[in-house]
Design a protein around this ligand. Structure first.
Ligand SMILES: [Zn+2]
Length: 571
């Protein structure tokens, strides 16, 4: 770690903390980490990493000192969390009261990185663990566990920063490279720096500029400039990864795992789940290489779209839009990685992504039937046909015009913008449940007819993807599906209430007094709408369909196990 006496002294004087790795080396060189810690932090009983761990489990130093002084006991739940954070009660007492000399064990900071059972803790968490952790982080399926999270942070790079770099294909500085490599992470970094981070369609765009991707990559990694001539040839194509202009709460790696992102949870953490999902895809798929609009304008548009959703709607709000956009992305990428390799291009992703994001904008929380039968202004405007779907489309395209943001102007010679617009129109119109049955029948036939999947009509398939995502909450884990189902049901019942107020008779399902119990209702929806819809998609996704199919089966089972009759009323 290159810490000599003088630099240790300097660090102590500057009160600059040591990393866990440095503390390990210092300890093996005969320094007492406890002593260093006391000299560095004076009155605090805990090291910075311990304080961080405590904060993560929702406790502060003050809280612990107060509780110990007052003789107030910790609950079992709290003790469990403390232990997971590496704190036994004895250790806490020693830290706070200093009644005994710190043991060797206590000095070993790795304890606070280990969340597993005490007796299973390895002698020391090695660099190799870290290398494996990073590799898993960068692979398609692996996400980091909490303890790995701490270990990486001890390298001086926060988890969020690592993920940001990985999502963007962004490089590390010389100094960071040195630090990470000394932790045994060179293989992972090599992959990061390799061309694997560039997709085939991106390659096409880049090579059309006359520079091989490898060369562009080399220049970016070495910081070597492009000549003016090359820059001109690049046109407006931006080669360097863009700086991130927002605070991402989710990552590409999480989105690539079927249940890696819970939109309901994301919605609790921020006010703009749609923006988070859309922009994370935008950056990680390097969409700015394709689309001419500046990223600030794209962000402005997506924020305007999200604001166009009515948040107070129980179901058709911005989180529904975020969920549909996410699932659309997932199905699209899963297909692209399987039987449809080479079938889709980046511009196709632009089409489905935009269609998904806007598909319910301005939704009034009542359905087409309601608008038609109450002779609403919108029904008049769209002559009772796909009233809402037409309205969503017009609203979204008007928003582009009024803000002068063309989300569809791109850098490729073809396809023309008008054809992209047309495809978005068709996709959103196909989210109308009135055409559900026809879509399912057509797709089932098409799947049966084409053993070579790539002969399936692209427009038909992209409409099917977004429609599936639109009604796709039964493919999510049970708690998520239950919540979406509760929300959609509440919206239906609220519509029923309004219908009654206006002197109409709602259909049974929308009538609070007469509606069948939710389990029965949902079971019907899953068995008669969702299962037939999923069958062709399952065939197309092949092995990639497994997590969604599994969740669908579980959700059906859960509804089956619930009582489907109304509880007997006592009067
Ligand atoms: Zn929808």
């Amino acid at each position: 770690m290159g810490l000599d006496e003088a630099s240790i002294q300097q660090r102590l004087e500057d009160r600059e903390p040591f990393t866990a790795d440095e503390l390990f080396s210092l300890e093996s060189a005969g320094f007492d980490p406890e002593e260093l810690h006391r000299r560095l932090h004076g009155e605090s009983c805990f090291s910075p990493s311990e304080l961080q761990t405590l904060a993560l489990i929702g406790m502060s130093e003050e809280d612990i000192v107060r509780r110990l002084l007052a003789g107030e006991e910790f609950s079992d739940e709290e003790l469990k969390w403390l232990q997971k954070g590496g704190f036994t009660l004895a250790k806490l007492i020693r830290r706070v009261f200093g009644t005994s000399n710190p043991t060797k064990e206590d000095g070993d900071l790795s304890r606070s990185f280990w969340l597993g059972p005490e007796d299973e803790m390895p002698e020391r968490l090695t660099n190799q663990n870290m290398a494996m952790a990073l590799q898993r982080l960068m692979s398609d399926i692996g996400l980091l566990s909490d303890e790995e999270h701490y270990m990486l942070e001890s390298c001086g790079l926060s988890m969020e920063e690592m993920q940001r770099r990985l999502a963007l294909g962004d490089g590390f500085t010389e100094e960071e490279l040195e630090r990470l490599e000394s932790a045994g992470l060179s293989a992972s970094l090599q992959r990061l720096a390799s061309t694997e981070t560039i997709s085939d369609s991106e390659r096409q765009v880049l090579e059309s500029c006359g520079l091989p991707v490898e060369e562009i990559h080399r220049r970016i990694m070495t910081g070597e400039d492009f000549t003016e001539d090359e820059v001109n040839r690049k046109n407006s194509t931006e080669m360097k990864p863009e700086p991130l202009q927002f605070d991402p709460l989710i990552t590409k790696n999480q989105m690539d795992v079927w249940d890696g992102v819970d939109v309901l949870d994301l919605d609790k953490k921020c006010s703009e789940p749609l923006f988070q999902v859309f922009m994370t895809i935008w950056y990680s798929q390097k969409m700015s290489l394709l689309v001419k609009a500046k990223t600030e304008k794209v962000q402005e548009y997506v924020r305007a779209v999200e604001a166009g959703y009515h948040r107070q709607n129980p179901y058709h709000n911005n989180s529904h839009a975020a969920e549909v956009t996410l699932m659309t992305y997932q199905i699209w990428t899963y297909l692209s990685a399987g039987s449809f390799k080479g079938y889709f291009e980046q511009v196709d992703l632009l089409v489905v992504l935009l269609a998904a994001a806007i598909h319910d904008i301005g939704h009034p929380a009542t359905n087409n039937d309601f608008l038609v039968k109450t002779k609403a202004e919108l029904a008049l405007r769209y002559h009772d046909t796909a009233v809402l779907e037409n309205f969503h489309l017009a609203t979204a395209f008007q928003l582009m015009r009024s803000r002068s943001i063309s989300m569809l102007d791109h850098n490729l010679p073809s396809p023309p913008v008008t054809s992209l617009r047309r495809r978005i129109v068709e996709i959103v119109l196909a989210t109308d449940m009135a055409v559900h049955k026809k879509q399912v029948d057509d797709m089932a036939r098409s799947v049966e007819r084409h053993t070579n999947r790539q002969e399936i009509d692209k427009r038909m398939l992209e409409q099917y993807i977004v429609h599936t995502a639109d009604v796709g909450h039964p493919f999510r884990p049970v708690p998520q599906h239950q919540e979406w189902a509760r929300r959609v049901n509440e919206e239906f019942l609220q519509q029923g209430d309004r219908e009654k107020e206006l002197g109409f008779t709602p259909i049974e399902m929308f009538d609070r007094e007469k509606a069948p119990p939710l389990p029965k209702n949902q079971l019907g929806f899953l068995q008669f709408v969702i299962q037939p819809l999923w069958k062709p998609m399952e065939a197309l996704l092949d092995t990639k369909s497994r997590p969604a199919s599994l969740f669908l089966q579980r959700n059906i089972k859960v509804w089956q196990d619930e009582p489907t009759e109304n509880p007997p009323s006592d009067g």
